[in-house]
Ligand binder design. Structure first.
Ligand code: AHR
Length: 501
């Protein structure tokens, strides 16, 4: 089968914000403990952070990292996680039925971020706590000196403020599973009050209000309208969260998951702009897609979930999904969808980073390795520079049970005005057929293929594991050839390809 793509470097969607390549570290399972942090590991630094994991995080190319949750944050007392480590209390984490030792907190995490070159994006607890505690944390984090909280930070070893710019006003407050779950009306009022107070302290903050936990929540759409009606003038972003999994062996629908994400983004943009119109506002609210991934959530619900009054483990193995080639192809199409909406999705966080639904896995005392999803994230983060381009895709279609008629080929493209470099990302959703794709770059001179790589395997269920950590990786795509301003490339079935032109 064949497909055709038409792009033109003059037809841009919007600048690709580096914050699109953010990630998420939650105190959940082995993300922090036995993940990024393992004192005693052969590669651990003086603070206890694993150097092998830090190196992979740098290679992955993540910008801002959202912290410390997630559902965890809705029961978290930030004060427990600062000060001398030996004096920090052990606490129950009700969200994940675990014990939180508080050995890693704001100071440790911030110095780890310096090590990996990423920015901190902090979430406040609006579940069991409120405006006052959010203000205390902001004062502790951002005020230079001269007050109780600022001086406490200095006494704890950090004279300079952390100067955190991005803050999430709680987490998934629309979800009945969330500690302190509220109605849109109640959460909207609390978020507006907290945002206004936080800006009184530090006017330059970038604030994210909670949108929906998925586009399939019963309150979806109305939640955004009500929450933004309360908060429109005091926040900058509304969040979206979305996870996808193959259900009942329906690979066709799973491969088309980005259709749902695309609809989600368009609906939230429409709702935000509706509130803008009603209010006659000059401001535009953008999306922070601050949780997205493939997640086999049914496995967590049915197998992993912990219970029992006497059973609160430290750093249990939770949400340790092993990703296949097919998962990585879907994953890539999700990230490409974010790039395609770069004008309105200006921040995003891959959920999560290490061990917990993660591109990086670790074994205590042993190695760290890349999951299949590592490769498209690292490549797109590396190549998607400058502006996202409008992409016209002409391809065959197929019928999917979940999303109706969908295209066999999906694409995204970027152009870096500074270097002239073009990047084209392609997914072939066909389960049986190769796709011969012609990329027509209107207005370009003679093109050359600087690099072409493909993620594909004869076994679409193959993945990387402790026993075989390099089973799957990117392969050069030797079919890619340029001729004038067109490029020809062959995409194997169920594959993802990146072209650097
Ligand atoms: O990323 C795992 C969980 O998914 C997060 O804690 C929560 O926000 C979401 O439901």
């Amino acid at each position: 089968a064949t497909a055709r793509l038409t792009i033109d470097p003059r037809f841009t969607v919007g600048p690709v914000n580096r914050r699109l390549f953010g990630s998420f570290v939650e105190h959940l399972g082995r993300c922090v403990y036995d993940g990024i942090y393992e004192p005693g590991h052969p590669t651990a630094d003086a603070q206890g952070f694993r150097q092998d994991v830090a190196d992979l995080v740098v290679e992955l190319g993540v910008s801002a990292i959202r912290y410390p949750g997630g559902n965890f944050v809705s029961g978290f007392n930030w004060e427990d996680s600062v000060g001398p480590q030996a004096e920090r209390p052990r606490r129950l984490d009700l969200a994940w039925h675990s014990t939180e030792t508080n050995q890693v907190g704001l100071h440790e995490f911030s110095s780890w971020l310096d090590k990996v070159g990423s920015e901190l994006m902090l979430a406040v607890n609006l579940g069991t706590r409120g405006t006052a505690e959010a203000l205390e944390l902001l004062e502790y984090s951002n005020l230079p000196s001269g007050t109780a909280r600022a001086d406490q930070r200095a006494a704890n070893g950090k004279a300079e403020p952390f100067n955190v710019r991005m803050w999430c006003l709680g987490n998934e407050m629309d979800g009945p599973w969330q500690l302190g779950h509220r109605s849109a009306e109640d959460y909207g009022k609390l978020a507006a009050q907290t945002a206004t107070a936080m800006r009184q302290l530090d006017p330059g903050l970038e604030l994210v209000v909670c949108g929906s936990s998925s586009a399939h929540m019963p309150t979806f759409g109305e939640w955004e309208r009500v929450v933004l009606t309360h908060t429109y003038d005091s926040v900058d972003y509304i969040s979206c969260h979305a996870y996808y999994q193959e259900k009942d062996g329906d690979l066709g629908s799973f491969l088309a998951s980005s259709t749902d994400m695309d609809h989600f983004i368009r609906s939230v943009v429409a709702t935000a702009d509706h509130v803008k119109a009603v209010r006659g506002s000059a401001r535009t609210i953008n999306i922070s897609f601050d949780e997205w991934n493939v997640w086999y959530i049914d496995r967590y619900e049915q197998v992993d979930k912990i219970s029992g009054i006497d059973n609160w483990p430290v750093a249990p193995r939770l949400l340790e999904d092993v990703y296949s080639v097919a998962d990585a192809v879907v994953f890539a199409s999700l990230l490409m969808t974010l790039v395609n909406h770069a004008d309105r999705v200006t921040s995003a966080s891959l959920a999560q980073l290490v061990n917990v639904i993660a591109p990086i896995m670790t074994e205590p005392g042993g190695p760290a390795w890349r999951q299949t999803t590592f490769f498209p994230f690292a490549k797109i983060s590396q190549l998607a520079r400058g502006s996202a381009l409008a992409v016209r895709v002409e391809s065959g279609t197929y019928e999917s049970a979940a999303y109706g008629t969908v295209r066999l080929v999906e694409a995204a493209a970027t152009h870096d005005e500074a270097t002239g470099e073009l990047a084209v990302f392609l997914v072939n959703r066909s389960q049986t057929e190769e796709m011969q794709v012609t990329v027509d770059v209107s207005g370009a001179g003679d093109l050359t293929v600087a690099d072409a790589v493909t993620l594909h395997d004869a076994d679409i269920h193959a993945g990387n594991t402790l026993a075989d950590p390099e089973r799957v990786g990117l392969q050069p795509n030797t079919t890619a050839t340029a001729n004038g301003n067109t490029v020809l490339v062959i995409l194997p079935p169920v594959s993802w390809t990146a072209l650097s032109l």
